[in-house]
Design a protein around this ligand. Structure first.
Ligand code: UGB
Length: 431
């Protein structure tokens, strides 16, 4: 005869059978036992569901802290400290792309003169992220916090503006590079269009609204052949998707200036170079290849003409950025409402003296004391333009912009930095 336990919890489904001939006592017992078991099961299921739901909500609310590493009282304190102003009349600046080449130099210069600086950077792997991490360490050593996050993370941007009433935004985060746009077009849309709009949305709603200075590019002149390039020249013939997204940025920022009263300054940078630079740029990759004994490819334009660039040294660009911030004027709106017209400006920041690419290589050879293995090919149709040449009189008038470093001097400083950063080991194996 099966035991009660066996009857209630049969080991196989077929074992459980109802015996109608049992006495009332046993019926009552069975009934009671089965009700209480069901009750216990129900309780167990409710508890299981409740704990699952609360775990889910914990994971949801906490995920941004785990994945994006921002938020919390301690983090807010660090952000406030970094934004602290240490001079009278100083500004608190959100620098996007702070671990980038120009971003690092501008952040350091602002911090050194007593302004508050908070950096934002997504540390993407467009080029060696360890260089960005090294720049980040340099910034941390000077009291600049760089928050790791993407421009498209609207919650993060809003949080930053909750914590600090930024007076200015120096927007340098972007997908750079002219030729890479053919390989990865969407990254240009993600950063230079969607990211820009995401940032402007937060800035327009901020109270007070910050003034915005941002990096456009000399590439917007595209196929324009009137030299030198002036801000009023046509910019409706871009030669690359990169240029097109920068041109779109100029139009988009104009809209936000017009509708919301944001003060906007766009800076058209001309081929910026120097210490802590970008490894994807020609002067940097040529240096690496020359030291490693590898060939370098030099592009040549129509009718075998050399290409030329108005190479601009980083310290001159930094002066231009700070001059722009200092003269930006105020945004007029607040909380998404325009209260009057605000400045909308565009400046060329170049060097005013284009240098042919083969001459750049001559200078590198003399500083490195190594001969380059030159491979000269016709310029592929990849977005390059034959030459750039800045007219800087507008920036000169507005804030006294005056570049002072020629390519010979600037590349000497770059080579010195390159060798100290990467060491002389790169020269191993050379004759
Ligand atoms: O002013 C800008 O707005 C842009 O400047 C920069 O673009 P570019 O002026 O194209 O600089 P960079 O690549 O150093 O090529 C320099 C020269 O070397 C030639 N070049 C290049 C590579 C190569 O292998 N061979 C070669 O001859 C090449 O044909 C060119 O003539 C920034 O990268 C860009 O992000 C943007 O900021």
């Amino acid at each position: 005869m099966p035991s009660l336990e066996e009857e209630l919890f049969p080991s196989t489904p077929g074992k459980f059978k109802i015996d109608r001939g049992h006495n009332m006592n046993r019926q009552f017992h069975r009934c009671f036992a089965s009700t209480s078991t069901m009750f216990l099961w129900a309780l167990f299921l409710i508890a299981l569901t409740a704990s699952y739901l609360s775990f889910q909500s914990f994971v949801d609310s906490g995920s941004r802290y785990f994945s994006a590493s921002w938020g919390g009282i301690q983090w807010e304190k660090q952000v406030r400290n970094s934004a602290q102003i240490h001079r009278s009349g100083g500004m608190s600046v959100l620098v996007t792309g702070a671990a980038g080449f120009v971003g690092t130099h501008v952040s350091l210069a602002l911090k050194k003169r007593g302004d508050g600086v908070v950096g934002l950077d997504n540390f993407n792997n467009y080029y060696d992220p360890s260089l960005k991490r090294a720049r980040n360490s340099l910034l941390n050593g000077h009291g600049v916090l760089v928050v790791e996050g993407d421009l498209n993370d609207a919650k993060l941007l809003a949080k930053l503006f909750d914590v600090v009433a930024f007076t200015h935004v120096m927007h340098l985060a972007a997908q750079a590079g002219v030729r890479y746009a053919m390989e990865n077009p969407n990254s240009y849309v993600h950063s230079n269009i969607a990211g820009l709009v995401s940032l402007l949305e937060v800035c327009k709603s901020a109270n007070p609204q910050p003034a915005i200075v941002w990096a456009s590019s000399s590439s917007v002149y595209g196929l324009n052949d009137k030299a030198p390039f002036s801000e009023s020249d046509r910019t409706d013939q871009p030669a690359s998707l990169y240029a097109a997204t920068k041109k779109a940025g100029e139009e988009i920022t104009h809209t936000y200036n017009h509708i919301y009263g944001l003060s906007i300054t766009g800076l058209r940078f001309f081929t910026v170079y120097g210490p802590w630079g970008r490894p994807d740029m020609a002067y940097f990759s040529f240096t690496r290849n020359i030291l490693q004994g590898k060939p370098i490819t030099i592009y040549r334009g129509k009718n075998r003409a050399d290409l030329a660039r108005d190479f601009t040294y980083i310290d001159d660009i930094v002066k231009g950025c700070l001059g722009s911030l200092d003269t930006s004027g105020k945004s007029t709106g607040s909380g998404g409402k325009k209260k009057g017209n605000a400045p909308y400006r565009i400046f060329n920041l170049g060097n005013t003296s284009p240098v042919k690419v083969p001459v750049l290589v001559n200078i590198l050879e003399s500083h490195l004391k190594v001969k380059a293995k030159r491979k000269i090919i016709d310029m592929p149709g990849n977005g390059d333009v034959p030459f750039t040449h800045a007219n800087i009189s507008h920036a000169q008038r507005e804030f006294g912009y005056k570049p002072t470093t020629d390519l010979q001097t600037g590349l000497k400083k770059f080579v010195r930095w390159y060798l100290s950063y990467y060491g002389y080991n790169n020269r191993k194996g050379l004759q």
